[in-house]
Design a protein around this ligand. Structure first.
Ligand SMILES: *[C@@H]1O[C@H](CO)[C@@H](O)[C@H](O)[C@H]1NC(C)=O
Ligand SMILES: *[C@@H]1O[C@H](CO)[C@@H](O)[C@H](O)[C@H]1NC(C)=O
Ligand SMILES: *[C@@H]1O[C@H](CO)[C@@H](O)[C@H](O)[C@H]1NC(C)=O
Ligand SMILES: *[C@@H]1O[C@H](CO)[C@@H](O)[C@H](O)[C@H]1NC(C)=O
Ligand SMILES: *[C@@H]1O[C@H](CO)[C@@H](O)[C@H](O)[C@H]1NC(C)=O
Ligand SMILES: *[C@@H]1O[C@H](CO)[C@@H](O)[C@H](O)[C@H]1NC(C)=O
Length: 934
């Protein structure tokens, strides 16, 4: 009785202590307790009795993602918060998914369940949901589970504890215990004196030996304090341990790592000691993965088996702690087989009993698949001692990289990027998009015309489709080539994985090359003074610089050229003599000049347009004046780039330009100077000179006194003046022919020869145009002069070939009367024509003059004055006074019969094709009666 009382006292004490603790908890926290009678109606809380354990599930609709804690309630209003260590010690396994769905497995043999007979178990728990506000919502759960199928040995492996329970006592001993124990103080004394631990033992447990795997003896109290769960029910001994407890050990069992918890428990009996060997062995590995399949290997022979005489009585599979049948297994594609010494469970990856979850690992998208299969085995050894073995085995695959794929649907012709990025799991949200221009939320992006849409797949995954117009400012465009633009979409998708709010990002960059650049074009025209250039911008606006000739067109120069510009065009007017123009060719009366325009892009130095316009501009290059002065303009032509016009001279190298600069040289000289040569052709007199590089420079070059400048010796402009009477013509030059680029210049000249009537024999005054008709008396002398005006060339001589008079103005009319025939006076004339020699030095060029005198006469017909007026005409030739020929001709004496005519040399005289005629000379009316000439 005393002994029993002792035990009772202990219980009482315990209750008091625990009650005190409970009171403290309750007094400091003010829970909103949902009344216990309501719990079954509480949606979101489910309890299931699943054999040797109860499953409590708490739906996320109840937890709303908040922190959740669980308490265990004992029969005596004892509330104990289930910390991880207490849960492992007392037989609770708590697990949750990321969305706040909780799953609690409570062993029926847990520390707090109440049972009378090991077949009905009352389990009470409390769920505390912490809200944002201070006070948590509390839900109470109470469940009674019946289970009377206890095998002699039951082993339960959950993720956090290993539990083994065995029948503690043979039936008769159990029965014995209900009766008062026969007391034997003596033997008690012996026990206590020989084995001191026995005194402190309770529950009749005298001693425990743990295997680590070496034996380690512990007292019950120490074992409890260390964290092992040790309970005795009416019929069973229950031992429980976490996986990381010191008195457990690992063993590789046929390739599968297992944690082993082995204890021998000694029960003190009155006169003997009963010893129970218990062992739990739980797998901690054995899982392998492929992309499609999860394979879980479990050793067929495990450390729980002592002999090889095993008969497997049952093998079952379950999900989330609940057995499933073969129909369900087939539907899911699960396979449970025994192959050689392994029990193999195969679970297809991605099945609906598990769930996928997104993760960001180093900002990379990963996924895991989670599933919790259960393996249940029932075997017996040697026909006795059946063991029921259950493993609840949550499997979480390793992080599987699942980089999103990117599909580019961009059609360059649509000028729009179109990309699809995915797949992502349902738990991934797109938050924002970061472009080169900045960050936009999805809503902002859509609001400003960027189209970003979520595209769901049937399996719950999704992808994101982004459409951005090329013209959007978030698109970077660069010019890769003169005509090719590269459009680049560089975007970082900012994602968030829920419910953890775990951010990660994915960057993609898409380039599209598009030949969409319209280059600027240049067109131009010329008038007589300017080049007119019109530049039409391409679609890049004014993105170019202009190079004119060899220089950049600066704003200043642009102003000089009357640059005008609007949004699409630019125009210029460039005078053909301006510095930026080059001369290609010289023509007789024009200059061929060219304007080169290069439009270039300053960043990449690309040529956008290369334009040239060449025009002939009217310009007098050579002038031949009647007075014999010749002038010529030499220009620096493009083909002789080294030429310095300042160094040009005429044939006589002392004749330098009158004016020169780096582009022009202007010469003006007399026909009889500067080495001008003179030649007579049929019909023309030709003066010729040559513009070349002067001696001086060549001299320097030969003596190497100056650096040798590669002067182009081919610059040679021959200028000629061809003179015809009163007529200008001619042209000059020809240089040595150059390929493609002959230099030509033309000169115009005029040599004027006149027939004029002097007022008297002094030939100092002449009748002028206004004096005609000149009135003369019959037989009064008429002094005529044929003169080559203006020319200063002394070598030219004018020679009269024929002179005659007519009645009418027309020099070819009849009747006519010859005065001079073939340079000699008409022998048939009664009133001989008289030549007057020119007195040397009386005039500058005597050879330029011929004078003769006649007497005024009139034509009569039948002695009637037919007409009272005459016109005098002459034909003259020019010849070289130094050469032989007509100039040297002598006229026969009036009485000589040697009237042989001298043939004119065709090559050295100039026939005056131009008529020389006087104006009308009228007979004085007083002479009309008497004057006559037959
Ligand atoms: C303890 O449990 C038993 C049976 O489960 C029950 O009859 C008894 O009322 C409970 N005691 C308390 C204080 O809840
Ligand atoms: C869901 O479907 C998409 C498209 O068919 C596929 O790309 C993706 O891999 C699937 N996701 C899962 C988790 O099976
Ligand atoms: C964009 O989203 C990512 C991912 O959610 C986040 O880390 C980042 O801070 C966001 N950027 C801005 C500017 O809001
Ligand atoms: C720009 O100048 C061009 C050429 O002078 C002309 O054709 C065009 O109409 C002008 N455009 C505008 C917008 O003024
Ligand atoms: C010849 O005429 C031209 C043009 O009239 C004049 O420039 C030049 O000086 C004249 N030459 C002489 C030598 O008179
Ligand atoms: C000759 O010169 C005069 C005056 O310069 C001119 O009027 C006339 O037309 C010229 N004759 C010819 C044939 O060129």
């Amino acid at each position: 009785m005393t002994w029993l009382f002792g035990i009772f006292t202990f219980w009482l004490l315990m209750v008091m202590v625990l009650a005190q603790k409970t009171f403290n908890v309750l007094s400091t926290q003010n829970f909103n307790v949902v009344p216990a009678h309501n719990f079954n109606q509480q949606t979101g809380l489910t309890t299931d009795c699943l054999g040797s354990y109860m499953r409590l599930t708490v739906d996320k609709s109840l937890t709303l993602g908040n922190e959740v804690e669980f308490d265990a309630l004992s029969n005596v209003s004892h509330i104990e918060s289930l910390t991880p260590s207490l849960a492992a010690k007392c037989g609770f396994s708590i697990d949750s998914d990321p969305w706040g769905n909780y799953k609690v497995f409570a062993s029926l043999l847990n520390c707090f369940s109440a049972s009378e007979d090991d077949s009905e178990f009352d389990i009470a728990m409390r769920v505390r949901v912490h809200g944002v506000k201070g006070e948590p919502d509390v839900f109470e759960v109470e469940k009674t589970c019946s289970y009377d199928q206890w095998a002699p040995r039951e082993v339960l492996c959950t993720q956090n504890f290993m539990e083994v329970s065995v029948n503690r006592l043979p039936e008769e001993i159990t029965a014995l215990r209900r009766r008062p124990m026969p007391r034997s103080p003596k033997s008690d004394y012996q026990w206590t004196s020989t084995v001191p631990e026995a005194i402190t033992s309770t529950y009749n447990i005298w001693r425990m030996v743990f295997f680590t795997p070496n034996q380690k003896a512990m007292l019950l109290e120490d074992a409890l304090r260390t964290g092992y769960g040790i309970t005795t029910t009416r019929s069973r001994l229950v031992l429980r341990s976490g996986y990381d407890m010191p008195e457990t050990y690992s063993e590789n069992v046929n390739g599968v790592p297992m944690r082993i918890f082995r204890v021998t428990t000694y029960f003190k009996k009155q006169w003997s000691v009963t010893m129970l060997d218990t062992v739990a062995a739980c797998p901690t590995g054995g899982v392998s993965f492929t992309d499609e399949m999860i394979t879980w290997n479990f050793p067929r022979v495990n450390p729980l088996m002592r002999s090889l005489e095993i008969s497997l009585l049952g093998m079952f599979m379950g999900i989330d702690g609940k057995q499933i049948d073969s129909v369900q297994m087939n539907a899911r594609g699960y396979v449970l087989t025994i192959v050689d010494d392994q029990i193999i469970m195969k679970l297809p990856m991605g099945g609906p009993d598990g769930y996928y979850k997104s993760h960001a690992v180093n900002n990379q998208y990963h996924i895991t698949y989670n599933i919790e299969p259960m393996l249940e085995l029932l075997w017996s050894e040697g026909g006795m001692d059946a063991t029921r073995y259950k493993v609840l085995f949550p499997i979480k695959t390793p992080f599987m990289p699942s980089p999103p794929h990117f599909v580019d649907f961009t059609d360059a012709d649509q000028r729009m990027f179109d990309v699809l990025l995915g797949p992502f799991l349902y738990d991934t949200e797109l938050v924002n998009l970061t472009f080169s221009t900045g960050v936009l939320t999805v809503a902002e992006a859509n609001a400003r015309g960027i189209n970003i849409q979520e595209q769901p797949f049937q399996n719950g995954s999704k992808a994101f489709r982004l459409k951005v117009d090329f013209s959007d400012s978030v698109v970077v465009s660069t010019q890769a080539d003169v005509t090719v633009t590269v459009y680049t979409l560089h975007v970082t998708f900012g994602f968030m994985i829920l419910p953890e709010y775990m951010p990660f990002s994915h960057t993609l960059s898409v380039d599209v090359n598009l030949q969409d650049i319209i280059l600027p074009t240049v067109s131009g025209t010329c008038d007589e003074e300017n080049f007119y250039v019109l530049i039409t911008f391409g679609n890049m606006g004014k993105n170019f610089n202009i190079m004119m000739g060899v220089r950049d067109l600066t704003p200043d120069r642009g102003a000089e050229y009357d640059l005008k510009e609007n949004a699409t065009h630019m125009s210029l007017a460039v005078p053909f003599l301006s510095t930026d123009v080059v001369f290609e060719l010289m023509y007789p009366s024009s200059l061929r000049a060219r304007l080169d325009l290069l439009l270039w892009e300053p960043i990449n130095k690309w040529t956008l347009s290369d334009f040239s316009l060449a025009c002939n501009f009217p310009m007098t290059m050579t002038e031949c004046f009647s007075n014999g002065t010749m002038s010529a303009l030499a220009v620096k032509v493009e083909s002789v780039p080294q030429l310095d016009p300042r160094q040009l001279t005429l044939t006589d190298h002392s004749c330098k330009p009158k004016f020169s600069n780096d582009r022009f040289a202007y010469f003006s000289f007399e026909a009889n100077s500067c080495g001008t040569t003179r030649r007579f052709y049929d019909g023309v007199v030709m003066y010729q000179n040559e513009i070349t590089l002067g001696n001086e420079l060549q001299f320097h070059q030969q003596n190497k006194k100056v650096p040798i400048i590669p002067l182009d010796p081919e610059y040679r402009v021959t200028m000629s003046c061809f003179y015809t009477l009163n007529d200008t013509q001619t042209v000059a030059f020809s240089t040595k022919p150059r390929e493609n680029e002959p230099l030509t210049e033309t000169g115009f000249g005029e040599m004027q020869v006149v027939l004029r009537l002097a007022r008297d024999g002094s030939y100092s005054n002449f009748y002028v145009k206004e004096d005609y008709p000149v009135v003369q008396y019959l037989r009064s002398p008429l002094f005529f002069e044929v003169a080559l005006l203006q020319s200063t060339d002394p070598q030219i001589e004018i020679v009269l070939e024929n002179c005659w008079t007519t009645m009418k103005e027309d020099r070819n009319s009849t009747p006519r009367w010859d005065l001079i025939v073939d340079g000699c006076v008409n022998q048939a004339d009664h009133y001989e024509t008289v030549f007057h020699d020119i007195i040397p030095n009386s005039v500058p060029n005597p050879s330029h003059l011929k004078r003769f005198e006649i007497q005024m006469f009139t034509f009569v017909l039948n002695d009637v004055v037919f007409q009272d007026q005459i016109f005098v005409h002459c034909d003259a030739v020019l010849c070289d006074s130094e050469s032989d020929g007509i100039c040297k001709r002598k006229c026969p004496s009036p009485f000589s019969s040697d009237g042989k005519k001298v043939r004119r040399a065709a090559t050295n005289v100039q026939s005056l094709g131009t008529p020389l005629s006087s104006g009308k000379i009228v007979l004085s009316s007083t002479d009309l009666v008497s004057g006559s000439q037959s």
